[in-house]
Design a protein around this ligand. Structure first.
Ligand SMILES: *Cc1c(COP(=O)(O)O)cnc(C)c1O
Length: 414
C-alpha cells in the first residue's frame, strides 16, 4: 500500500509549520573527529571549513584523545565488536562488571548498573523503583529524559521552582504523608550551567525522610576537586541515593550511561528495569574504553583543572566585553540575548567568523530566554578561546548588542 496522500500532507504541514515558526533545526555536517577545531561543511555541499568548536560536550577533550582511541582499538581486539544479547542472557562480560564496580568507586556509591544511554537510565529508574504510594518532586528545569522517565512511573508527581529551597520545603511538607518521597534534580543544569544546591537538598531530604536523585550528566568527570561530580562539589558524597550519568559527554563521548547508588535500588533495577532487560548490552568497545577513561581521571586531575581555569577565563572575558552571562561555575557559559531571532542571526554570523556555537530558544528554553550556549573544553587552547572571544565581540559590535538590557535586546528588530 502507498503512503496515503492525506497523511503525507498532514506530516508535510507539520514540518512546514516548524519551518515557518523559525524553529527548524538544521544539522551541520562534520568531516572530522570531535575536537576543539573541527572541519564543518558550510555552506552545505561545500568542503569542510575549520571552526573553533564552542558547543560540544567534549569537556575533557577525551572524545578523540590518542589514549582513548588506543584503548578502543584494544577493546575491539580483546572483546569483539558486538555481543548480540541483553545483559541477562549472554551479554555480560567481565568488563561490564568491572566498569560497574569502577563507576561505584569513582562516584562514591554502593553499586552501579549500565544502560545504553542516560536517557534509557532515566526512563528505567522511576517506573521500576516507585509505585502509586510514592511522590516524585522534581526541579522545574530537569532534563527532558527525566520528564519522560517520570511519565512512565505510576507515582504521583509535583514540581518545585528552579533550585528554590523554600518552595521545595513547601512541597515536601505538602506530601509528607507519602511513604516514599523522592527529590529529583540535575546536578548541573544543561541550559544555564548552574549547580543544584545539593547540600541544602540533602538536608531537607534528611528532615523529611526523602530520597534524592541527581542526574549528573553535565558534571561527571570534571565538577568537584577530583571530578567526581556535583555531589563532590557540594560535599555530599555518599548522601545521594541515586545518581544517573552519561558516558556520552565528558567521559569519552561515545554513548552509554548508568544509575549508581544504594545497593538495594540497583539490585531491583537489574531485576526489573525494562530498558535493561529488553535492550542490547553496552558495546564492549565502549565498556572497556570507559574503564580506561575512569582510570585516566582517577590518576590525574590535570584535564579537569585545565578545564576549570579555561572556563573561568572564558566566563570573565565575556562579562568584561559586556555580555549578559548566566552566573555559574561550570564550563557551560550561556550568553543571554533573550531574543530568539537575534540569537539565530548571532549564531549564523559567528559561524561565518569560524566560531561554532548554537542558539537555543523556545521550546528548548522558556520564551524570551533565548541564548547562545557556549561550552568550554580542556582541548581548547588559549589561542582558540581568544579567537572565539574576538568573534563574539565583533558580531556584538556590528549589531550594537553590548551593554544593552534584556528589554532592549527583546525589542531589537532583526
Ligand atoms: C545529555 C543528558 C542526558 C542524556 O544522556 P545520553 O546518554 O546522551 O542519553 C540525560 N540527562 C542529562 C541531564 C543530560 O544532559
Amino acid at each position: 500500500m502507498a503512503f496515503p496522500e492525506v497523511l503525507r500532507r498532514k506530516y508535510q504541514d507539520i514540518l512546514q509549520q516548524i519551518r515557518q515558526s523559525g524553529l527548524h533545526k538544521q544539522e551541520r555536517i562534520i568531516h572530522d573527529k570531535q575536537g576543539a577545531r573541527i572541519a564543518v561543511e558550510y555552506p552545505f555541499g561545500s568542503a569542510g571549513k575549520e571552526l573553533i568548536n564552542m558547543c560540544s560536550n567534549n569537556y575533557l577533550g577525551l572524545s578523540s584523545h590518542p589514549q582513548v582511541i588506543k584503548a578502543a582499538h584494544q577493546a575491539l581486539d580483546h572483546r569483539g565488536y558486538g555481543l548480540s544479547s541483553v545483559r541477562f542472557i549472554c551479554g555480560t562480560q567481565d568488563i561490564h562488571k568491572e566498569l560497574e564496580s569502577h563507576l561505584s568507586d569513582f562516584l562514591g556509591t554502593e553499586d552501579s548498573i549500565l544502560f545504553s544511554s542516560c536517557f534509557d537510565a532515566n526512563a528505567a529508574v522511576f517506573e521500576t523503583l516507585l509505585d502509586e504510594s510514592a511522590i516524585m518532586i522534581s526541579d522545574r528545569l530537569v532534563h527532558a529524559s527525566i520528564i519522560d522517565g517520570m511519565r512512565l512511573s505510576r507515582a504521583a508527581h509535583d514540581t518545585y521552582k528552579h533550585s528554590d529551597m523554600q518552595h521545595l520545603r513547601q512541597k515536601l511538607e505538602l506530601h509528607k504523608d507519602k511513604e516514599t518521597k523522592i527529590i529529583i534534580t540535575d546536578g548541573v543544569f544543561s541550559m544555564d550551567g548552574d549547580i543544584a544546591p545539593l547540600a541544602e537538598i540533602v538536608e531537607l531530604a534528611e528532615e523529611y525522610q526523602a530520597l534524592v536523585f541527581v542526574d549528573d550528566s553535565h558534571a561527571t568527570g570534571f565538577i568537584g576537586a577530583k571530578g567526581r561530580g556535583s555531589h563532590e562539589h557540594c560535599q555530599v558524597m555518599g548522601k545521594i541515593d541515586l545518581i544517573s550519568t552519561t558516558f556520552g559527554k565528558a567521559l569519552g563521548g561515545a554513548s552509554g550511561g548508568c544509575i549508581s547508588g544504594r545497593k538495594e535500588l540497583i539490585d531491583l533495577l537489574r531485576q526489573r528495569a525494562r530498558p535493561y532487560l529488553f535492550s542490547n548490552t553496552l558495546a564492549p568497545i565502549i565498556t572497556m574504553t570507559t574503564l580506561k577513561v575512569l582510570d585516566i581521571l582517577a590518576g590525574s586531575t590535570q584535564a579537569r583543572d585545565s578545564l576549570e581555569r579555561k572556563a573561568a577565563w572564558w566566563r570573565q572575558a565575556l562579562i568584561q566585553a559586556g555580555f549578559i552571562v548566566v552566573a555559574g561555575e561550570s564550563p557551560i557559559v550561556p550568553v543571554m540575548l533573550y531574543n530568539a531571532k537575534l540569537t539565530q542571526l548571532f549564531a549564523d554570523e559567528l559561524y561565518k567568523k569560524k566560531v561554532f556555537a548554537v542558539g537555543f530558544f523556545f521550546p528548548v528554553v522558556p520564551q524570551a530566554q533565548a541564548r547562545i550556549r557556549t561550552q568550554v573544553s580542556a582541548a581548547h587552547s588559549e589561542e582558540d578561546l581568544l579567537f572565539a572571544r574576538d568573534a563574539f565581540i565583533e558580531v556584538a559590535q556590528k549589531h550594537d548588542i553590548l551593554g544593552k538590557t534584556k528589554a532592549e535586546l527583546l525589542n531589537m528588530q532583526v
